[in-house]
Design a protein around this ligand. Sequence first.
Ligand code: BES
Ligand code: MN
Ligand code: ZN
Length: 511
Amino acid sequence: MTALTLSTAGAATLRADALVVGVAKGPKGPVVAAGAEAVDKAFDGKLATVLDALGASGAEGEITKLPAPDGLKVPVVLAVGLGAVPEKDESYDEEALRRAAGAASRALNGTKKAAFALPLEDASAVTAVAEGALLGAYAFTAYQGGENKTGKSGKEAPKGPLAEVVLLGAKPRDKEHKAAAERAKIVANEVNIARDLINTPPNDLTPEAFAAVAQTTAKELGIKVQVLDEKALVKGGFGGIMGVGKGSENPPRLVKIAYTHPKAEKTLAFVGKGITYDSGGISLKPAGHNETMKCDMSGAAAVFASVVAVAKLGLAVNVTGWLALAENMPSGSATRPGDVLRMYSGKTVEVLNTDAEGRLVLGDALTRASEENPDAIVDVATLTGAMVLALGNRTFGIMANDDAFRTSIHEIAEEVGEASWPMPLPADLRKGMDSPTADIANMGERMGGGLVAGLFLQEFVGEGITWAHLDIAGPAFHEGAPYGYTPKGGTGSAVRTLVRLAERTATGDLG
Ligand code: BES
Ligand code: MN
Ligand code: ZN
């Protein structure tokens, strides 16, 4: 875990392996951002001119490395683009700071210590830069640099993430700055833990292994955890989770992880889709569609990480996480297209396509979560390819049975820098799931497939409970080039939104 400290030391006096400064895109070329005055001075006031000469423009995410002049106690200055210079009297947008800090951290992979001299106008800027720097300082190297049988190392040892971040201009004795940095540390660390879980290959991260991680962490934190194994799931009537998991050698689990606070007035339930691998089952996915399906437990990873973050933050709200864990595999014991499952709620489902498995495990978990009568339920799932077609790779869809709650979540996501968009649950799509044999089918019309899935889930939410569904199939796993604080692979999508929702609920400040 990357270390983070605050320091009021001058940028010219601190010893480090690199010094990060911000450069914005001005109308007449690059502009050095606030926080870097001492660095500019060491360049004889010509840092902007030098950057211009090197072709830097200040565009978002642009990285320029310069040898440090005499007078600085670092070998390298790294200028990171912040995008457009803010309007007069306005400050840098938090997300612009978060992304710039993240891009700088990524460019410093393998470096020991870097000082960040970015513009820090207030405590929220401290959170943004700290969060961005820590989220960018991520590398998943657990499976690299192995020895091969000839005794030669397979590859060069992988570069670890930037090890130490010093935020210059943030005051370690200022209560607000300190709290902002502490919050950023906890949240970023948990996002990175969600990323690790997502990136861990499915032969190692089985439902049982994921449940064991939850148990170990809960014990360390002193919070409650309960794991239902396959026997308990059969006995309890969890036909959805069992129906999906029974084709696999790695049996399913339902994990409940519960944080409570003595002064809490509200209880939230977070429910995560945890398909540790989605082959499609008997309705097997073709090659080209299954290579990244270890990411199909990203919802459960987000739920787990956010409950842990809420516990570490000690928020005055109760939060229960439900992880619906199963591996979707084809085999002689797998559910067939045409089978009918009896769900935990008692409803029967005709499985027309075993690749529509997420809604089956979530249906059971939503009913189970509803039994405890929480004030609201939010489920998070890599549920449909249709949502990716609708919103692209960076935006998650929000559906809900309550318009105000959907709007609140959309606003909260925006606030923490997660792209999302409200989606409807059109009632007319329900009839497409009518089954001649059972109460409902697990598939409906192809058009609007993301909304059809949302309508299916809604049937398993308890009467009168406020509920929202986040379909993170697009942003959960990033296959393109890294950008800002977003690495390749698992992104930790929705963790920051869930944590902020819990914070808002704790303070009674929800829309
Ligand atoms: N896990 C997939 C959805 C998915 C697709 C996640 C792409 C991430 C990236 C889900 O289980 C699935 O296979 N959904 C089917 C549903 C269909 C059979 C009704 C889909 O979207 O094609
Ligand atoms: Mn599937
Ligand atoms: Zn799936």
